[in-house]
Design a binder for this molecule. Structure first.
Ligand code: GUE
Length: 285
């Protein structure tokens, strides 16, 4: 039996419609949510994401500003810009696109972003609040995965969720959000010797390792939900996930396509966080 392909476009459209309405009602009160995206250097892949983010903001009525800085920008110049954006009352969210050039210390940059405006949820204060279950900003990609599971009607509680990958951006916060939803969570990574044995136990399998098509049918429990966070550019220019889609789809119950699901959901959650940051500020005022 072939897996059901998760229709990311439809889920994204539904959530963005909701966001648009909420943005409009804030605008009616004289507040327009604003996002600043900062890009250092001229990596062409990064430039594409930044354009996608700006367009998505425009579609839902969020003001966005893109700062394109040359690759030689010094750390103190970047920190100065962040200081200015922290103080700017029209900006509710700040995203500094990672990775940064090697001469800039990423931790110093993330630490400089005001936690209230940290729409990536990378700041240690927000990561800490996530860990202890306090309300606050949620990391975009993991939050998007939870939304997808809910939208397709999967109950997470009591399920065995296996996360492959332990990055600070996806794997670790993903495990934390699944735990919040009362899943039993296992995290596998490059030093896990018996990975196939473990992934085969997953009711929900989330893959974020950055290795093209490494997860195959043999890794998957029949009927499992497979969420592919990977985004690998092949030599032919095509984008592919960490899951071998055609092979995995023979065994899985549900599977996300790459492109077309987790990427656009990540951007949608960024819009949601920017809206939330603006609402938080409005309620404090
Ligand atoms: N501070 C920071 N925050 C990020 O969220 C962040 C970052 N840095 N650095 C780079 C990565 C990458 N990322 C993507 C988001 C959406 C798509 C996306 O929408 N992809 C489309 C396809 C795009 C295409 O065709 O190239 C899809 O999957 O359907 C891709 C990549 C966010 N990132």
């Amino acid at each position: 039996m072939a897996a059901e392909r998760i229709n990311g476009k439809q889920i994204v459209a539904e959530i963005r419609e909701q966001i648009s309405q909420e943005v409009q009602s804030l605008k009616d009160k004289g507040i327009q949510p604003g996002l600043a995206v900062v890009l250092v250097g001229d990596d062409p892949a990064s430039a594409v994401y930044v354009r996608n983010k700006a367009k998505s903001c425009a579609d839902v009525g969020i003001h966005s500003e893109v700062y394109r800085l040359p690759a030689e920008t010094s750390q103190s110049e970047l920190l100065q810009l962040i200081g200015k954006l922290n103080a700017d009352s029209h900006i509710h969210g700040i995203l500094v696109q990672l990775p940064l050039p090697a001469h800039i210390n990423e931790d110093a940059v993330i630490d400089a972003i005001s936690p209230d405006k940290d729409v990536d949820c990378f700041h240690p204060v927000n990561v800490g609040n996530l860990m202890i279950g306090k309300p606050g900003m949620l990391p975009c990609t993991p939050a998007g995965v939870i939304e997808v599971l809910k939208k397709i009607g999967i109950s997470i509680e009591g399920k065995h969720a296996v996360v492959v990958g332990r990055s600070n951006i996806v794997g670790k916060p993903m495990a934390m959000l699944l735990l919040r939803e009362n899943a039993t969570v296992t995290v596998c990574h490059s030093r896990t010797p018996n990975m196939e044995e473990i992934t085969k136990q997953a009711d929900i399998l989330v893959v974020a390792v950055g290795r093209a098509q490494m997860i195959e049918a043999r890794h998957i429990k029949p009927g499992a939900v497979v969420i592919d966070v990977g985004m690998n550019r092949l030599d032919n220019g095509k984008l592919t996930g960490d899951v071998h889609y055609d092979d995995a789809a023979q065994v899985a119950g549900y599977i996300t396509p790459v492109p077309g699901c987790v990427g656009p959901m990540t951007i949608t959650m960024l819009l949601q966080n920017t809206l939330q940051a603006a609402k938080n500020k409005a309620s404090q005022a």
